[in-house]
Design a protein around this ligand. Structure first.
Ligand code: FAD
Length: 459
């Protein structure tokens, strides 16, 4: 165990876990505060998750939505970016343990901001992940791109009609915004971009199914917008199956239980999971050491100031926190990150001046609305009481995503990629590699080999 980065500075030490919306915004908001920030994250980039589906379907490249965190913070001299997987927070000793390539580093803190987000939830069926990847990371998106395009390639080589049908059936589980966007884009990829590029199969015969255990599409956006999205998807050719609960997933397809209790199979080679989230296990680590609790989704029940009970210097923000009325969306994390930075700034300045800090106001969330694209030139949006869909909503979606993408170059590159896709039928990022398509299986094989070697050594 070592203490790299430990400085002689006696400045207030802020450790931030995560370089997503919550962590990055907390770090940036502390730019002018006299503190030493260490931002520890398990990836070197800041990921703009809302556009992952466009990486998976070949519209944009991964670099466009994942700029390196250290370049974003290059000019912020009070911040150091550290790569590492945080495995433990020691609340009593005020330290954070992170692992990089088998080496554990211990970092002390005075204030801690935990913004480690959430992963995919398979509702206790983690083995589904092997056959139905979720979409939470660049790895996931590239793997899905490999699986989607790989299915068309295999179908072209198959002379068995049943197998071809299975290869050209795509099932997206979960009809929330990500599922809707993903289903729409697979359908457009097949109908527009790939059309005419195969000789043995007709890609437009691809069968895209969007299914959900709930009775509606886009439930958080209300009945009217849900219906709009459903109608549009159906018009494009996507089959919507509601009240359909997935009970099993395997290499060749999924098993579904319908509302009437009957069970059926859908043969499909390519499955995408976008049905649920589970907050970072660091939440449970905190709950084991403090009076706080986690809810069923693993989110930490925080105080009104986003700190955890008994530890006013430890804050949890974004997808990891449970705050009544705050959705698991980018704005919740951005606003939470900025809010806790303001508390830290206020208290550090009060200490410097030997005055009492202003009492902490409770966190209050400002709902800026939500939106989802359904297809090219079509989206649904909800801003306050206003609900609208179609081209105007799509333009609003386009503008807002450009505003929130980090970095000027990223915005220009994304805009160019969108121009290629939206003004023509082309997509600029249809490259797939063997590594992308099979990485998960190969890593699992490596893990199995490593476990077998260890077992052999032990015996
Ligand atoms: C596919 C998809 C589409 C979405 N679309 C939208 C949308 O259209 N609009 C919207 O508002 N929201 C959308 N969201 C939700 C939004 O992206 C999240 O609410 C937001 O990213 C939460 O921010 P966060 O900072 O809490 O977590 P994240 O942004 O997930 O960041 C978590 C950070 O913690 C790091 N991390 C995790 N565990 C560890 C660890 N143990 N050690 C070190 N680092 C760790 C990660 O590497 C990452 O840097 C979408 C999410 C997904 C997955």
């Amino acid at each position: 165990m070592s203490h790299p980065g430990a400085t002689a500075s006696d400045r207030h030490k802020v450790v931030i876990i995560g370089s997503g919306f919550g962590g990055l915004n907390a770090a940036k908001a502390l730019k002018r505060t006299d503190v030493d920030i260490k931002l520890i994250a398990r990836t070197t980039h800041h990921l703009f998750q809302p556009l992952l589906y466009q990486v998976a379907t070949g519209i944009i490249s991964e670099g466009e939505i994942a700029p390196p965190t250290r370049l974003i913070l290059r000019k912020q001299e009070n911040a150091q970016v550290l790569l590492g997987d945080v495995t433990h927070v020691d609340l009593a000793n005020k330290t954070v343990d992170s692992v990089l390539l088998g080496h554990t580093y211990r970092t002390p803190y005075d204030s801690l901001v935990i913004a480690a987000g959430a992963g995919q939830s398979y509702f206790g069926n983690d083995h589904f992940a092997e056959f139905a990847p979720g979409m939470k990371s660049i790895d996931d998106a590239l793997e899905l791109r490999g699986r989607i395009l790989g299915a068309f390639e295999q179908a072209e080589r198959s002379s068995d009609p049943e197998r071809r049908k299975k290869l050209l059936t795509f099932v997206v589980v979960g009809a929330g915004p990500t599922g809707v966007e993903m289903a729409g884009q697979i359908q457009e990829l097949a109908d527009q971009t790939l059309k005419g590029s195969f000789r043995h199969i007709d890609p437009t015969e691809a069968h895209v199914i969007l299914l959900d255990a709930a009775p509606a599409v886009l439930p958080p956006m209300g009945e009217k917008l849900g219906l709009k999205a459903k109608n549009r998807l159906e018009k494009m050719g996507v089959e919507i199956q509601l009240n359909a609960m997935v009970t099993d997933v395997d290499r060749n397809g999924i098993t579904v239980k319908d509302k009437d209790g009957s069970s059926r199979r859908i043969e499909a080679a390519c499955k995408v999971w976008s049905a649920g989230v589970q907050a970072s296990p660091l939440g449970r680590d905190l709950a084991n050491q403090s009076a706080t609790e986690v809810d069923r989704a693993g989110r930490v029940k925080v105080n009104p100031d986003l700190s955890i009970p008994g530890h006013p210097n430890v804050f949890v923000v974004g997808d990891m926190a449970f705050v009544e009325g705050v959705p698991g969306m980018a704005q919740g994390a951005i606003q939470g990150g900025k809010y806790v930075a303001k508390i830290i700034d206020n208290e550090v300045k009060a200490r410097e001046h030997g005055t009492m800090p202003k009492p902490r106001e409770p966190f209050s969330y400002f709902d800026k609305g939500s939106m989802a694209t359904v297809s090219k030139y079509n989206a649904v949006a909800q801003v306050g009481k206003l609900e609208f869909g179609g081209f105007i909503a799509w333009l609003a979606w386009l503008g807002l995503h450009l505003i929130y993408l980090v970095g000027f170059k990223t915005k220009i590159a994304t805009l160019l990629s969108w121009a290629v896709t939206f003004l023509s039928r082309q997509r600029g990022q249809l490259t797939i590699t063997e590594q992308q398509a099979y990485a998960r299986t190969r890593i699992e094989e490596l893990e199995e080999i490593a476990a077998a070697v260890q077992e052999e050594r032990a015996s």
